[in-house]
Design a protein around this ligand. Structure first.
Ligand code: ADP
Length: 481
């Protein structure tokens, strides 16, 4: 395999480590910014909002209780609401005279308002649903205060006026304390974020750095590289995937070397012969027709062998590359077997071979016709090549519930038990045969590759001295009614 010499790295110059660190720091800054915004800048607005909402809710409860006509119940409600929310509650008539009051707040300002009360009542009357306002700083305590008011009873003829005073504690002091705390927290968080993000970035990028280094070694052709994906699941998955890719690449590399070695060996022999006999015709036998024909015959048969070898090699490499797809079609298996056997007729008649065919009922099968034809062809061809002196070959079609078994039997020497495993291997050829057989050692490898692609079972039964039966089972058959 050609090693890759130059790597083109992606355009991004920012490393993963830096990115992780940066994201973590950005995240921390955002969290801190939110904290500052809500704790410092919006605290006062937030606090006033809550106070105003509490005051309005308290007024609603008191107003509802006022309408119940149960005086004791009403007084109790006013007391409870005032206590619970630290309020001053005044219920007056149109002229500011008390109907009921409850002052929980120490420096309540509404009873000091006197005339002010009347002004507030005027404001309530002018309003649609009531008033809510922040009064200027309480002169005595210096604290701002919140005044709310509403009519009790109907809007046109109010039976009373409800005025509530809720203290607004100054938040400046609290904000100052929080500010100091936040400054401390911010500094601490930034330092912690900096350290943690550095540590995390290192931890996350370490396996990727390791795997990248290994991948670079692999790209240079080192198939023994180990991919270490320790750390976390994604890195482990990446390492496993690369280990798998490495295994596959090394297989391809081996196959390539293997092929080159075998091809150069297998091609060299016939080529040497061709050259030698051509030279012989030129130098010696050119004028001797008998010798010349003999030499030409050898050249022709060597050329045939060469063509056979090249074709088989091409077929097998196409099948093994995985780029060839199956193109299934339906056909009758009995018809197909007869057709293939007929093709051998010329040869069998010439050389005295008999192919005995035992068909079963016609069955429609669905598979890649061309490839399955090649399987049958190779098996029959082998059976003819290796059968015994009686020159008999038997082809059988056996229908089963879930498929069709095709058997090809010969009466040859049979295959030794320990060789059966090897015969489907590429370039395996046994030299142990009586006849000189023209072959490439690729026929059964092609059979195996095609049957594996189809996912069909196949095998061989063999008895030494009696013969062998090669079989395969087509399992894609049209359902019988
Ligand atoms: P080739 O026949 O070209 O040598 P194959 O791949 O078809 O290549 O077969 C590989 C080997 O398996 C053969 O060399 C032979 O030793 C053995 N073999 C194949 N078919 C038979 C058979 N029918 N009987 C005995 N041996 C066989």
């Amino acid at each position: 395999m050609k090693p890759i010499k130059h790597f083109r790295h992606a355009k991004s110059k920012i490393s993963l480590k830096f990115k992780i660190w940066l994201y973590f720091v950005i995240f921390t800054v955002i969290v801190l910014a939110l904290l500052w915004i809500f704790q410092i800048f919006f605290l006062e607005r937030f606090y006033k909002g809550i106070k105003a909402r509490t005051a309005v809710e308290s007024m609603d409860i008191i107003a509802e209780s006022f309408m119940s006509d149960n005086k004791d119940e009403f007084y109790r409600t006013v007391d409870e609401v005032a206590l619970e929310n630290e309020l001053c509650v005044e219920v007056t008539d149109r002229y500011g005279r008390h109907i009921y009051k409850k002052h929980v707040l120490a420096d309540c300002i509404i009873h000091n308002l006197n005339n002010e009360n009347n002004r507030i009542i005027d404001e309530i009357d002018d309003s649609e649903n009531g008033i809510i306002k922040k009064m200027p700083q309480n002169k005595r305590t210096g604290a701002p205060t919140l005044i709310c008011g509403m009519r009790l009873g109907s809007a046109k003829a109010p039976q009373g006026y409800l005025i509530i005073n809720s203290a607004l504690a100054p938040v400046e002091a609290t904000v100052a304390i929080i500010k100091r705390q936040l400054m401390f927290i911010t500094t601490l968080l930034i330092i912690i974020a900096f350290i943690i993000s550095l540590y995390l970035a290192k931890r996350i990028s370490a396996p990727i750095d390791r795997i990248t280094k290994s991948a670079e070694r692999l790209a240079k052709g080192d198939f023994t590289t180990k991919f270490d994906g320790r750390g976390y699941l994604e890195a482990k998955k990446l390492a496993d995937t690369l280990t798998y890719a490495e295994k596959e690449l090394s297989k391809v590399d081996m196959m390539q070397r293997d092929l080159i070695a075998n091809v150069s060996h297998d091609l060299r022999t016939p080529l040497t012969m061709l050259k030698a006999y051509a030279e012989m015709i030129r130098d010696l036998s050119g004028d001797n027709p008998v010798k010349r024909n003999e030499h030409l015959e050898i050249i022709i048969s060597e050329t045939d062998r060469l063509a056979l070898l090249v074709n088989d090699m091409l077929d097998l490499s196409k099948l093994e590359s995985g780029r060839q797809k199956l193109t299934p079609s339906e056909f009758g298996i009995s018809g197909k077997l007869s057709e293939i056997i007929d093709r051998f007729k010329g040869l069998s008649e010439k050389n005295g071979y008999t192919i005995n065919f035992t068909p079963d009922e016609e069955r429609i099968v669905c598979c890649d016709t061309v490839k399955i034809e090649q399987v049958i062809y190779n098996l029959i061809n082998n059976a003819i090549n290796y059968t015994g002196d009686d020159k008999q070959v038997f082809v059988r079609q056996i229908n089963t519930d879930d498929g069709v078994i095709v058997e090809v039997e010969d009466t040859g020497d049979g295959i030794e038990e320990d060789k059966i495993k090897l015969i489907f291997d590429k370039y395996y050829r046994s030299e142990n045969h009586k006849r000189e057989v023209v072959g490439t050692g690729l026929g059964l490898s092609i059979v195996k590759a095609v049957l594996k692609m189809h996912n069909y079972d196949y095998g061989v039964r063999s008895t030494l001295g009696k013969g062998s039966t090669f079989w395969f089972k087509i399992s894609d058959v049209r359902k019988q009614d």
